[in-house]
Design a protein around this ligand. Structure first.
Ligand code: AMP
Ligand code: MG
Length: 486
């Protein structure tokens, strides 16, 4: 276990030089206070959880103090936003403080979001509000606990510094951890600005730091692209299987590591709705729930374009064509497990599709359905769930087929329940739960954020006393307009 002072830095991205990032110091926020910290994320840095109680912890993560060996820098990137190319984005309000090497030899980027203006701030104030910082923190740690690849969050610090959005709010910072902050948009930036040497150096950096196994392949760049594609296919399968809607799948928000990245107006589905749009500025529904699959593919083609200096177009096309089958295989695998089907049957896809269609026309809570379906005995679980469906005949026919299929697994009821509950969370981050915790935090009471974080860190466990977090959301809670300003 280490103290904050004992962290070791090895700033590999900073060493790429000024074409890739600009040195910028954090601009502190006033009267820093710790809102919430994640002991599990602290463990990634070998940090003693007690360090979060030290005043210096909030001071560092509010920009007041810095390690001597940190090298805070704002990264430059570009990206396709809602389908249009924006030639220059970059860290407008976040800084890569440096890369910490833990005892296992892993590098973790420390990225402080809300750290003030940078050369990439454009018209922005460089700040993040408490509301969006809490949302990013809770979601990062909650998705990780569900087993969904994600950037992590170490802590949120609040302050008395005012920031203006639709109304006056207070500034906060969230410390994000990830093995890399390289986005698809990094490659696009160097490709479209025709900086060939830098594009090459970026690819070499990513290969050697993040995909060293690809270096042994006959075509390392192609192997890297394939790896990025495979990881993203798996990630999107998780999102679709668990009902997560990202909301802003611009190419600058897509990680080369295939992790959930840059949380904005995201939402988990409450009632199942394939057309659900969580981002209220997304009028055309480009980033609707079901569009996440074709959009991820589209984003990968944007990345492929930026890799054309290294890889033949035919090879890129062939690799891109793998996306859908890879995605489908992962999705089917995850959905089978959610249904308690641990072997494969060729009719499973149709069984899943029929269920989703029934859910689409009924006010069925997506997460609660799967949790309840796992209760034993299965016959009783199905009987209870029946009431939630509008098309009763359709449900009965599905339930009969499902029971027959489920029984063909030959699992004893208790084991079926145990295995299904281990993959079907009882607790997810519903928008209204985040909202309630945020409203308390905005009044200076952080207990609800901390409790919600603790509950979501064990999403599959029964947690006596915390059942209120697993309830069906109230009607108002299903229709919250989450502001896109953050
Ligand atoms: P996001 O919507 O958070 O993914 O941000 C898109 C781009 O806008 C990135 O380049 C951000 O750094 C930048 N940005 C977002 N909010 C601000 C802000 N308040 N100040 C400066 N830049 C910002
Ligand atoms: Mg972003």
């Amino acid at each position: 276990m280490k103290t904050l002072a004992e962290l070791d830095f090895d700033n590999r991205f900073a060493r790429l030089g000024d074409a890739f990032s600009t040195e910028v110091l954090p601009e502190p926020i006033d009267e820093p206070r710790l809102v919430v910290a994640s002991p599990a994320a602290m463990a990634l840095l070998d940090l003693d959880p007690a360090e979060a109680e030290q005043p210096v912890f909030a001071e560092i993560f509010a920009g007041h103090k810095l390690w001597e060996s940190a090298e805070p820098r704002a990264m430059v990137y570009s990206g396709h936003q809602f389908g249009s190319y924006n030639p220059r984005l970059g860290d407008g309000r976040g800084l890569l403080l440096g890369e910490v090497v833990n005892e296992a030899g892993e590098h973790w980027d420390l990225h402080l979001k809300g750290a003030g203006q940078t050369p990439y701030s454009r018209m922005g104030d460089g700040r993040a509000v408490l509301r969006s910082s809490i949302r990013e923190f809770l979601a990062s740690e909650a998705l990780h606990a569900l087993g969904i690849p994600s950037s992590r969050a170490l802590c949120v610090t609040g302050s008395s510094t005012p920031v203006w959005r639709e109304k006056k709010e207070s500034a906060a910072m969230v410390l994000r951890l990830a093995p890399s902050h390289v986005r698809f948009g990094h490659f696009e930036y160097f490709y479209y600005t025709k900086q060939e040497e830098q594009l090459k150096a970026l690819a070499e950096h990513v290969l050697s730091c993040h995909f060293p196994e690809c270096l042994a392949q006959p075509e390392p760049h192609l192997a890297m692209f394939r790896e990025v594609l495979e990881r993203n296919a798996e990630l999107i399968a998780y999102w679709q299987a668990y009902g997560f809607c990202h909301g802003v799948m611009n190419t600058d928000n897509m990680s080369i590591l295939g992790i959930t990245f840059d949380y904005g107006p995201f939402a988990f589905l409450d009632d199942f709705d394939a057309q659900f749009i969580c981002n209220h500025s997304d009028d055309a529904g480009r980033y609707s729930f079901s569009n996440q699959v074709p959009i991820a593919h589209w984003n990968l083609s944007a990345l492929a374009q930026a890799l054309t200096p290294f890889i033949g177009v035919e090879a890129l096309r062939d690799t891109l064509n793998l996306f859908l089958p890879l995605y489908q295989a992962h999705y089917l695998d995850l959905m089978r497990k959610r249904l308690g089907l641990f072997s494969a049957d060729e009719k499973d896809s149709a069984l899943i599709e029929r269920l989703l269609q029934l859910m689409q026309t009924s006010p069925v809570d997506y997460t609660r359905f799967f949790r309840a379906l796992g209760d034993s005995p299965a016959a009783d679980a199905l009987k209870r769930l029946r009431d939630e469906f509008v098309d009763l005949a359709g449900f009965d026919s599905w339930a009969a087929d499902y029971r027959a299929r489920s029984e063909s697994e030959g699992l004893p009821q208790a084991e079926r329940q145990q295995r299904m509950h281990a993959v079907n969370p009882k607790y997810i981050l519903r928008n209204y739960l985040a909202q309630q915790a945020i409203e308390a935090a905005e009044k200076g009471d952080y207990s609800e954020v901390r409790l919600l974080h603790a509950v979501l860190s064990k999403p599959f466990d029964e947690q006596p006393g915390n059942e209120r977090f697993a309830e069906r959301p109230p009607e108002w809670g299903k229709h919250l307009e989450i502001s896109c300003s953050s």
